[in-house]
Design a protein around this ligand. Structure first.
Ligand SMILES: C[S@@+](CC[C@H](N)C(=O)[O-])C[C@H]1O[C@@H](n2cnc3c(N)ncnc32)[C@H](O)[C@@H]1O
Length: 410
C-alpha cells in the first residue's frame, strides 16, 4: 500500500518514524520534518520503503556512496554531518537517561572515512550474477560492492579480484560469509560456507600473493598462503588468530586507547577485562603492570606471546576467564589502581556488580552498546561510583551504532 506520511523523529536504528493509521511506520533514509511517499511492507511489520521525498529537510545532504539507499551497510549518509553527530550523541544520552543517569556527555569524536579495516561480506549469486558485498536492508538480496567510503581503500580495491578468486571455492554452495581484515602482512580472510576442493584451494593459493592475501581460513581451518597476519597494538606486533576480535577502525582504536590512557592516569596496577588481543593491555603496559582477563584462548595466547617478546613492557599476566560466569570478586580486585573493561554487546553485568562492591579507585568502561553500558553504569553508580567522563566515538560510521568510553571514580 502506498502512503504519504510526515517523519516526526528518527528511531534507534536510524530509520525515520511516522505516525501510521494504526501504528508507527519506520521509513529508512528519511529525516524528521520530511514529507515522503512510501510503500508499506506487507505483513504488518510497520516498515516501509521510501518511494519519494516530497518535502526534503534542510538537513538532507547528498550521500557520498552510489550504493547508499540500496546497500544495508549504511543508514545515515543523507544527514548533514553536525546533525548526524548530534543524533549519535543523543543515542547515548537517551540510553543513560533510561537508567536514570544524567551525566555530562562530551561531543562525539569522529573517525575518518576509509578507516574500517574489517568487513563482513557475503559471496554468492544474485540476479544471475556473482556478487561480493553487503545485503540490502531487511532483505536477502546481495549488493555487489564496487566502492565503499567506509572501508579501507586497500580492502575496497581488492574486492573485484577476490570475488573472482573465491568464486570457484563456493563449490555447489549458494553463498558464503567472507570476513576480510587488513593486517600488517596482507589481507586475512575468514570464510564460512565455502566448499573448496584441494584443486580449488591450490588455485586460490597460487593467486594469493597477487591478491595481497596473507591467509585464508575456511570453516576454522587455516591455509597459510603468506606471512602470518599481525596487527600492531600499542607499538607491539601481535599475531592475529583467525576471527579474533579487533576494533573495527585503526583510527577509532587510537582514540579509544588515548581516552583509556587519560582515564587510568598514573595507575601502576591495572586489570584489563575482556582484553582480547590486548588493545588496551599493550598500550598501558608501557607504564603499568597489567593483568589481562579474556575468554578467547587463542587471542589471549597471542597477547601473552607478544608481551613476552617485548622487553620494554612492565609485567603483563594473562588469565583465561569467563567473566560472565566467573567475574572477579571484590577480594580479587583488591590492589588494582584501575580496571578497564570492554565487553561484547551483551555488556558486563556480572562483573559490574562485583566492581560496584570493590574499592578500585578508577574504572574505565569501553562499550559498543550504550544500552548495556547504561545498565552496567547504573550498577556502578548505585555502588558508589561517580561518572567522571563519557565520550562517544563514532567507530561505526553511518550506522546507528556508537562506541562509548566512560570513566568512573570513587
Ligand atoms: C569488544 S571485545 C574487546 C577486546 C579488546 N578489549 C580490544 O579492544 O581489542 C570483547 C572481548 O570480550 C571477549 N569475551 C566475550 N565473552 C566473554 C566472557 N564471557 N568472558 C571473558 N571474555 C569474553 C571476546 O572474546 C572479546 O575479545
Amino acid at each position: 500500500m502506498e502512503l504519504e506520511v510526515e517523519i516526526i523523529r528518527l528511531g534507534a536504528q536510524g530509520d525515520g518514524v511516522a505516525e501510521g493509521p494504526e501504528r508507527p511506520i519506520f521509513v529508512p533514509f528519511t529525516l524528521p520534518g520530511e514529507r515522503v511517499r512510501v510503500e508499506l511492507d506487507e505483513g504488518g511489520s510497520g516498515h516501509a520503503g521510501l518511494l519519494e521525498v516530497l518535502e526534503p529537510s534542510p538537513d538532507r545532504v547528498a550521500p557520498i556512496c552510489p550504493h547508499f539507499g540500496s546497500c544495508g551497510g549504511c543508514a545515515l549518509q543523507h544527514m548533514e554531518s553536525h546533525v548526524y553527530l548530534r543524533w549519535k550523541r543523543a543515542q547515548v544520552v537517551a540510553a543513560l537517561r533510561s537508567r536514570g543517569l544524567d551525566a555530562e556527555i562530551e561531543e562525539v569524536r569522529p573517525v575518518p572515512l576509509g578507516s574500517r579495516r574489517r568487513a563482513s561480506l557475503a559471496l554468492g549469486r544474485f540476479a544471475g550474477r556473482l556478487a561480493l558485498g553487503y545485503r540490502r536492508a531487511r532483505s536477502h538480496d546481495l549488493i555487489d560492492v564496487a566502492t565503499c567510503p567506509v572501508l579501507s581503500p586497500p580492502i575496497v580495491a581488492s574486492l573485484p579480484k577476490l570475488k573472482g578468486a573465491l568464486a570457484p571455492l563456493l563449490g555447489g554452495n549458494g553463498e558464503a560469509k567472507i570476513t576480510v581484515t587488513e593486517t600488517g602482512a596482507g589481507l586475512d580472510i575468514v570464510a564460512e560456507g565455502l566448499r573448496p576442493t584441494a584443486a580449488t584451494l591450490g588455485a586460490f593459493a597460487g593467486q594469493a600473493a597477487a591478491l595481497g592475501v596473507a591467509r585464508l581460513t575456511v570453516d576454522g581451518e587455516s591455509i597459510a598462503v603468506g606471512a602470518t597476519p599481525t596487527v600492531t597494538l600499542g607499538d607491539v606486533a601481535v599475531r592475529l588468530p583467525p576471527g579474533a576480535f579487533l576494533q573495527a577502525s585503526r583510527e577509532a582504536e587510537g582514540v579509544l586507547v588515548g581516552l583509556v590512557r587519560e582515564s587510568v592516569g598514573g595507575a601502576k596496577r591495572i586489570a584489563d577485562m575482556f582484553a582480547g588481543l590486548g588493545t588496551f593491555t599493550l598500550a598501558l603496559a608501557g607504564k603499568a603492570a597489567v593483568d589481562a582477563f579474556e575468554a578467547d584462548e587463542a587471542a589471549l595466547a597471542a597477547l601473552a606471546e607478544a608481551a613476552r617478546r617485548t622487553p620494554k613492557l612492565k609485567p603483563v599476566r594473562t588469565f583465561i576467564r569467563d567473566l560472565f560466569r566467573s567475574p572477579l570478586g571484590a577480594k580479587e580486585l583488591q590492589g588494582y589502581d584501575a580496571v578497564v573493561f570492554d565487553p561484547p554487546r551483551a555488556g558486563a553485568s556480572a562483573q559490574a556488580a562485583e566492581l560496584a562492591k570493590s574499592r578500585v579507585p578508577k574504572l574505565v568502561a569501553v562499550s559498543c552498546n550504550p544500552g548495556t553500558l547504561a545498565r552496567d553504569l547504573r550498577l556502578l553508580v548505585d555502588g558508589g561510583y561517580r561518572i567522571a567522563r563519557i565520550v562517544p566515538v563514532d567507530q561505526f560510521l553511518f550506522s546507528p551504532h556508537i562506541e562509548v568510553v566512560a570513566h568512573l571514580t570513587r
